[in-house]
Ligand binder design. Structure first.
Ligand SMILES: [Fe+2]
Ligand SMILES: [Fe+2]
Length: 477
């Protein structure tokens, strides 16, 4: 195993692809389909080149190289984190055994399913974001959008490599399907709901990269624990790239909040709607939306499938090796969210105890929620330092849910259960209403001049790779 990527090959890789001619040919014949997909479903804004990072090795330091690249010529490749020869299974019934270099026959279907579901989200976000270039608030932001897009494209490559290399004909068919399904398509939509929502403006983009990409981080974190070693190593390297996507979301919302505070203070008003900034209540509504649809991505509170994945060693917990228990969980319990019913058949929001294995989705969702609190804390610090009394907050876990125990009810952001009619009447107070979306969209005028920025967002503190904000990050066509 080499750590340095081989860029002399048609498909850059660090998996010695040239040693397996059949696999190499199969992937080389998938490659034009990928490029075709990128051209038809990828970014719509014509560019000459973009200042992008490309992975060159998977080592701890200096794994990426930066330079201006014409996007269709970006070197999408296959990079797995280095193999740890002594690695053993960290959890489940195979705990302590050597990890698997191949797919065990008895887990083939489950592993393929997990890889396809992860793989499906990667190109989906590129499709969702394809028109955003036309309204970028600065060349810096435009460059970040494209960086996220090419890396999500690379994550698709990561999953397609596994499908081709380890799952035979079925795997190759699934790899084709990953290019045929499309976000929001009526006939063949993407598998998960949040990946069929549109990302029509940059507030949505930053909320998406904060909340929905962060779901991706947690899913990859569980797959990184997998006993199927190639999956583990793929996810480990993907997580490195994801860190930038999180940064784009976190600082994007920072800068919007910052600008809103500035305008509030400058004009001594809470109502910055007519003043070119995004009012805090609108930011809160977008937050409510993206957070609640992202909670749904973790699935139901209980799942016997996920219990089986864990016991089999396919999918672990977030930071499995830091958990102080037996990593088998056969006799542990967990409280999960649930609806409880009183004697009159009246439902209320509560909790119930289940076996820890069955409650693993809840465990992961809670880790995610704790992480999301970090963003809110940071944005509230900006409000506080700006001398503004309002605060942002995460809505209650029962709010606006379509998956899990609370899908059956309606609840306010404070977690009060309300009748359906009241929800219909008040939902526009909590989720982006047409008027909010129209206003946000009206602000989305492109700023494509070097060193300039739109009025609704503050400039970033730092540029990319030590470059200044007014660097020529993108050359438009
Ligand atoms: Fe990704
Ligand atoms: Fe991502």
């Amino acid at each position: 195993m080499t750590t340095t990527a081989d860029y002399t090959e048609k498909i850059p890789n660090n998996v010695n692809l040239h040693e397996d001619r059949r696999l190499q040919r199969a992937l080389e014949s998938w490659q034009p389909n990928f490029i075709q997909w990128w051209q038809t479903m990828g970014p719509t804004l014509p560019t000459q080149d973009v200042y992008l990072r490309t992975a060159v090795n998977v080592g701890r330091d200096g794994w990426a190289q930066f330079g201006h690249v014409a996007m269709p010529e970006y070197r999408w490749g296959i990079f797995l984190a280095e193999r740890d020869p002594g690695r053993t299974v960290g959890f489940g019934e195979h705990k302590g055994e050597p990890v698997w270099a191949k797919v065990p026959g008895e887990y083939r279907a489950e592993l393929q399913r997990l890889i396809v579901i992860q793989g499906d989200t990667e190109p989906a976000s590129v499709e969702q974001q394809r028109n955003l270039g036309a309204t970028a608030p600065s060349l810096y932001d435009l460059r970040n959008l494209f960086q996220v897009n090419v890396e999500e494209g690379r994550h698709l490559w990561a999953m397609v490599y596994l499908l081709h290399a380890y799952f035979g004909r079925e795997g190759r068919e699934e790899a084709e399907e990953l290019l045929h399904r499309n976000s929001g398509s009526l006939d063949s939509p993407r598998i998960l709901g949040a990946f069929n929502e549109e990302t029509p403006d940059w507030l949505s983009f930053f909320m998406f990269t904060y909340f929905t990409d962060r779901d991706g981080k947690y899913q990859l974190g569980t797959l990184k624990e997998s006993a199927f070693d190639p999956l583990s190593r793929t996810c480990e390297f993907m997580l490195k790239e994801e860190a930038h996507h999180m940064m784009v979301g976190t600082t994007g919302v920072d800068r919007i909040v910052q600008r809103t505070v500035e305008v509030m203070r400058e004009h001594d008003t809470d109502d910055v709607g007519g003043l070119g900034a995004i009012p805090l209540p609108v930011i809160q509504k977008y937050l409510n939306f993206h957070y609640s649809v992202s909670l749904d991505l973790f699935g139901g509170e209980t799942s016997t499938n996920v219990a089986n994945y864990y016991t089999a060693g396919l999918k672990g917990r977030w930071l499995e090796d830091r958990r102080k228990d037996d990593h088998k969980l056969t006799s542990d319990a967990i409280m999960v969210d649930a609806l409880s019913e009183d004697a009159n058949g009246e439902l209320s929001i509560g909790q119930t105890e289940v076996s820890a294995l069955v409650g693993l989705n809840t465990d992961l969702r809670r880790e995610y929620i704790a992480d999301c609190q970090g963003g809110v804390k940071r944005w509230n610090r900006i409000l506080e330092e700006g001398g503004v009394r309002q605060r942002l907050k995460l809505p209650h876990v029962a709010f606006n849910r379509k998956v899990g125990a609370f899908a059956a009810i309606e609840a306010t952001p404070d977690g009060e259960k309300i009748p359906a009619q009241e929800w219909e009447r008040r939902r526009g107070d909590w989720l982006p209403a047409d008027v909010d979306k129209t206003y946000v969209r009206s602000l989305m005028q492109p700023v494509h001049q070097r060193g300039k920025i739109a009025a609704w967002i503050a400039p970033p503190r730092n540029g990319i790779n030590g470059q200044p904000f007014d660097y020529d990050y993108v050359h438009l066509a």
